[in-house]
Design a protein around this ligand. Sequence first.
Ligand SMILES: Nc1ncnc2c1ncn2[C@@H]1O[C@H](COP(=O)(O)OP(=O)(O)O)[C@@H](O)[C@H]1O
Ligand SMILES: [Mg+2]
Length: 235
Amino acid sequence: MSLLEVRDLKVSYGGIHALKGIDLDIAQGELVALIGSNGAGKTTALKALAGLLPGTGQVHYAGQSLHNLPAHQRVRAGLALVPEGRGVFARMSVEENLHMGAYCRDDKAAIVQDLALVYTLFPRLAERRAQLAGTLSGGEQQMVAMGRAMMSRPRLLMLDEPSMGLAPMMVEKIFTTIREISAQGVSILLVEQNAKLALEVASRGYVLEGGKITLSDGADCLLGSDAVQRAYLGA
Ligand SMILES: Nc1ncnc2c1ncn2[C@@H]1O[C@H](COP(=O)(O)OP(=O)(O)O)[C@@H](O)[C@H]1O
Ligand SMILES: [Mg+2]
């Protein structure tokens, strides 16, 4: 059974149809990539799923319709978004940022445990827990954004371009952690312009072009397909 089931999701900005009716499924524990070039509608899709943009169509998560469910209740239900550009609170410390991810929880003891788990995933954040997030490198801010999302105990983690603007070494670290989070059983929807990177960690992938899904297949098949090679892998 699907954890997330999206049918005919449409989103417009005024007269601009950014998503023209997409279907997408994620099974429990699956790591799925959504790839596509700049402007394809990837961020729009994630924002709509997070409840940050209105859309039409059907979205079922854990067997329930998300229709009209506000963003904070989606977080509470286990749907977490790591936004494009990280969105860290620059003037708050690393640890304060992480606590913000647990704002909708009141299970204090479990929050303390989860903070320790985040520091195990990202030892670098433990070293810098008191540092202001705005003074961190881009990669470290990506870690903060991911750690903050993990503090909501997600069942489905949505990542919007985690590799964007990062040095290769840092990209490798972030992707190693994405694998670790996936190995813990968290379902992941990974949005990337870097198709190769995303398809190497995902088991399945969707290609989004001009607000429509044009291809969907196993990640290996997509990596090997002529269309993906030509459009996204520079072959
Ligand atoms: N706030 C907005 N207002 C109007 N148009 C927007 C807005 N945000 C995005 N768009 C348009 O919607 C389309 C999809 O954008 P986006 O979802 O950001 O794509 P991606 O994340 O794949 O780069 C683009 O044509 C973009 O210009
Ligand atoms: Mg985007």
